[in-house]
Design a protein. Structure first.
Length: 223
């Protein structure tokens, strides 16, 4: 299931969401201009490397928790993250306000990276991408707008159709896919090079923030 758009009007232009997308795209365009040697040096300096986080914690390694979320490994990696950010980010930005939305996005990326470090503390494989930050947006969205319809491309073998599906179903299926793959990776059934627990960590923070930001209904008054 690939989300294309949502039927959820916004009150203002999602300036922060747009700027985040532009920043991610611009940085990736810079990445593709680098030689393999320079790209490896960039990743060594700016990507999250779990072993360094756990063994050599300091300002330089702490900084990578922020910088890593603006790096991507491929066009597919970049475009999938930016698609989800565009579809779901604008309405979450509406609820939180631009400033708090930006803080939330960055915090989700940091929490996601730390979750991945927690399950792969001895790994020297760089962890990059906005997936943890975007997962935070998805977690908040499923709490704030569970019934809103999401226009979704459904692909199943030879079945291909665009359908309007409630956000709770689209994002619920996304979550269980991440959970299944994360547990499978721990059990060494599959690896795939995807930081599944970065997704889960960001999503968990998003649910918490969504619960805190959800408008409270006034209690009914009986006379």
């Amino acid at each position: 299931m690939i989300p294309i758009a949502d039927a959820n009007p916004r009150r203002r232009v999602p300036a922060v969401t747009i700027l985040l997308i532009l920043a991610n795209v611009a940085i990736f365009l810079y990445q593709v201009t680098l030689s393999p040697t320079r790209l490896n040096a960039l990743l060594a300096n700016l990507a999250v490397i779990p072993l360094r986080i756990t063994q050599f914690w300091g300002p330089k390694t702490a900084r990578t928790l922020l910088t890593a979320m603006f790096l991507h490994g491929s066009w597919l990696h970049l475009l999938s993250n930016m698609l989800y950010l565009w579809v779901f980010g604008d309405n979450v930005e509406d609820i939180l306000s631009p400033f708090f939305y930006l803080l939330f996005y960055l915090a989700s990326g940091v929490v996601g990276s730390l979750a991945q470090v927690a399950v792969s503390a001895s790994s020297s494989v760089p962890v990059i991408g906005a997936s943890g930050a975007v997962a935070g947006i998805l977690g908040a969205y499923i709490v704030l707008f569970p019934r809103h319809r999401v226009r979704t491309l459904v692909i199943l073998f030879y079945f291909l159709r665009v359908m309007d599906v409630p956000a709770a179903i689209v994002l619920g299926m996304w979550f269980f896919l991440q959970l299944f793959n994360g547990l499978a990776a721990i059990a060494r059934v599959s690896s795939g090079g995807v930081a599944w627990f970065a997704h889960l960590g960001g999503f968990a923070l998003g649910i918490l923030v969504g619960l805190l930001a959800r408008p409270r209904r006034r209690p009914a008054m009986y006379g």
